[in-house]
Design a binder for this molecule. Structure first.
Ligand SMILES: [Zn+2]
Length: 740
């Protein structure tokens, strides 16, 4: 208790010592996120009155290969589950972003400079012009009446002929077409065609291809923010019936279940597909290399219609080509068996045949374990150039060997891309956050589980750790934005780090070092299950992770998500106090025992700066009676002396230089070469956000002290994490030598 008195005094001194203004780093973030209501509960779960619109699609599309044009007719059945009556609807026309004057070439791409490549100049100037954007033939109601529309760039306002009352349903039929664009003409080309001059063939990646309902919800009303390429999509769930007519010799890979396999596949292909359904160990080739190469030469003039059905998806995409090889295997999950399938041109060999379907399987297994079982019948990876892009049940993934060879790095990149894009089936295809507004909500959460999949299933690969984010976070503060920045306001050079990596590292820190794996995993699973097939906001994630763990995380959200502060802890000082029983100095003065605690070394300098100069002398006095208040019992001073005898007391001073408050791990390296780690929770900064002192008792004598020895907290400057400071090591050695 005397020791406590001593510490309490110190503590009071600390509070007085905070010279910089209090910033409220532990204050609740209630005023920074939307307030809970009947739609979104304070627990982070959907509220009692949560509602969501729904849109079912019936689409017939025809791919005109000769003119690279897609024609379509669709009927949208739109369910107004909102409490509001609607006089107009908004329909998304993303293809219009590619129209001349609509595209955002200037701000997304590079600037003019000398020795600029022709491709970059094409990006900047569109020197080779090409047609793009929708032709809307008509928009009608079910009675065939024309409906008035107004197109504003990538959004079409549909002025309903009659008000769509709350709880009612309406149907729109839309006929449209658009020229499919050459993917090499764009940066951020998520879809379009890729031409292969060698065999005069094309791979079509068809996505955001049909006019789609914009989201109408309780937080935005209509989410009709324009498509500007970086901020992706906000979409409603529904069922899809899609008929795709393509050249007869094309193979179509698509969202959904193939309904008419008997009429589009050969008997051999059907037989192999049946085998694949029972093959859990390795993929079965449905179309071999020789068959694909023979197919490349066909160039049939006839057409064939592929029919697909998809339930409860928020989007629909497909790929079509006569170049595709195709392999498939079954993956068994606790509640579902999924067909993992890959489609690739021969240009992807051999690595695509070896790795793609395997990577799908690993992603399906780890993501299902971390969240909920993959619910759909198929999961497809299609090889393409350059990108990785996700859609329900299907993704387009880059990575090809050059002359049959692929570097280890490129192979890691390819497998990582497949895992990542398959992982997007969970975030945002099922846990359907608003990508146009918050890129980090799907990219961050998805990259977090993607990196976990890589770490667990490909331990030899590089994977993201807190150290990975240090170069970004310690970058130029003038261009850094908080994670909580709208998708289209981020720089092309920064969005990968800010929206993918930084949230990933944040979640890794929460899981591994702040909450703990078991509780964190349970809470993360809770969030995924609460919001599957729904539209979560950032507040719903923040609230759920607190609600399901009993850990106050407002300080973490405030710092990591709402600021660009960094972690930089400085180990400012370590003082050493050594306590010995002192027989000669015990005096009895008016019932107060005074105990002199002195050092065992020759160094009796009471103002010793740190432990390298030897232990400091402190005087422990008996606690005066009045300090016990109404307690009649007294602590056993002799016992306290006994417990402290021979032990080393270290007082550590740590300064928060970077601004972010974080837990602290301290590694003690003892003179005998052994070491141990102490952990202090972030709460240590609650009363002084700039500087803290903490006292430890160690049996062994310490030779060195380190902060964050395992790089758990993305400390941006590790040079100030060691004590004695490394440049003073020679002095320290001298001291050690003198002692011995
Ligand atoms: Zn992604």
């Amino acid at each position: 208790m005397r020791t406590l008195t001593f510490l309490l005094l110190l503590f009071v001194c600390n509070i007085n010592a905070q010279t910089q203004p209090w910033q409220g780093k532990f204050e609740p973030i209630d005023n920074m996120i939307s307030a809970p209501n009947v739609y979104r509960a304070a627990s982070g779960a959907p509220g009692k009155a949560y509602w969501q619109q729904r849109a079912d699609y019936n689409i017939k599309a025809t791919l005109d290969e000769k003119n690279n044009t897609l024609y379509g007719e669709e009927t949208i059945t739109y369910y107004n589950n909102s409490p509001d009556d609607l006089t107009y609807l908004w329909v998304q026309l993303e293809q219009n972003v590619n129209k001349k004057e609509n595209e955002d070439f200037g701000s997304i791409n590079n600037r003019m400079k000398d020795s600029i490549t022709s491709r970059k100049l094409q990006f900047l100037t569109r020197a080779i012009d090409f047609p793009a954007g929708y032709t809307i033939k008509h928009v009608k109601d079910t009675d065939g009446n024309h409906i008035k529309t107004m197109v504003n760039n990538t959004m079409m306002k549909v002025k309903l002929n009659t008000v769509l009352k709350s709880g009612e349903t309406t149907k729109l039929s839309i006929a449209w077409s658009y020229p499919i664009t050459d993917r090499s003409m764009y940066l951020l080309s998520r879809e379009g065609y890729e031409y292969f001059p060698e065999d005069d063939n094309t791979v079509y990646l068809i996505a955001h291809w049909f006019p789609r309902m914009a989201v109408y919800n309780d937080t935005e009303g209509w989410q009709n923010q324009q498509f500007q390429k970086l901020g992706e999509f906000a979409l409603e769930f529904g069922d899809y019936k899609v008929e795709i007519t393509v050249p007869e010799d094309h193979i179509v890979a698509s969202t959904g279940e193939l309904l008419n396999s008997e009429s589009v596949l050969t008997k051999t292909q059907l037989k192999r597909l049946e085998q694949a359904k029972k093959s859990f160990e390795k993929p079965v080739m449905i179309i071999t290399q020789a068959e694909a190469e023979a197919n490349e030469k066909e160039k049939s003039k006839k057409q064939k219609t592929w029919k697909f059905h998809a339930k409860n998806v928020r989007d629909f995409a497909f790929a079509s080509s006569r170049k595709f090889m195709w392999d498939a295997q079954a993956v068994k999950l606790p509640t579902n068996t999924v067909m993992a399938m890959s489609f690739y041109p021969k240009e992807g060999l051999p690595v695509w045949q070896e790795e793609s379907t395997k990577a799908i399987m690993h992603a399906l297994e780890v993501y299902s374990e971390a969240t909920f079982d993959y619910p759909y019948p198929v999961c497809i990876s299609v090889n393409t150039s350059n990108i990785g892009m996700e859609f329900p049940m299907i993704s387009f993934n880059g990575g090809r060997p050059i002359n049959g060879k692929i570097s280890d790095n490129a192979k890691q990149g390819m497998i990582g891309t497949i895992i990542h894009e398959v992982g997007h089936n969970w975030f945002p295809m099922i846990v359907s956050s608003d990508e146009r507004k918050w890129m980090w909500m799907d990219e961050g959460l998805n990259t977090f589980i993607h990196q976990r999949t890589v770490a667990e299933r490909y331990p030899d690969f590089n994977s993201v750790t807190p150290k990975s984010i240090v170069p970004f976070m310690s970058g130029d503060q003038n261009i850094l934005r908080p994670i909580m920045t709208n998708s289209d306001n981020e720089l092309m050079s920064q969005f990968g780090a800010n929206f993918y990596l930084k949230p990933t590292v944040g979640l890794q820190m929460l899981r591994n070092s702040i909450i703990g794996k078991e509780l964190f995993d349970d809470a993360f699973r809770e969030y995924a299950n609460r919001w599957k097939y729904k539209h979560p906001n950032p507040a719903d994630l923040f609230r759920t992770l607190e609600d399901a763990t009993a850990v106050d995380l407002d300080w973490f959200y405030r710092g990591w998500f709402f600021t660009t502060d960094v972690v930089d802890m400085e180990l400012t000082a370590v003082k050493w106090f050594k306590v010995y029983e002192e027989h000669s100095n015990i005096e009895d003065q008016q019932n107060t025992k005074k105990v002199k605690l002195s050092a065992n070394s020759n160094n009796t300098n009471e103002a010793a700066k740190d432990f390298t100069e030897g232990p400091e002398i402190v005087t422990m006095i008996s606690t005066p009676d009045k300090a016990y208040g109404q307690f009649l019992s007294r602590l056993d001073d002799d016992e306290i002396r006994k417990q402290l005898s021979g032990k080393n007391i270290y007082e550590v001073t740590i300064k928060n230089i970077g601004g972010l408050v974080m837990p602290i791990t301290i590694e003690w390296i003892f003179k005998d070469g052994t070491s141990e780690i102490d952990t202090l929770p972030a709460d240590i900064w609650r009363r002084n956000e700039y500087e803290i002192q903490e006292t430890f008792i160690k049996t062994k004598e310490v030779s060195q002290v380190k902060l964050d020895p395992n790089f758990e907290f993305a400390d941006t400057n590790i040079n100030n994490n060691i004590f004695p400071k490394t440049e003073e090591i020679s002095e320290f050695d001298e001291f050690k030598n003198k002692k011995s």
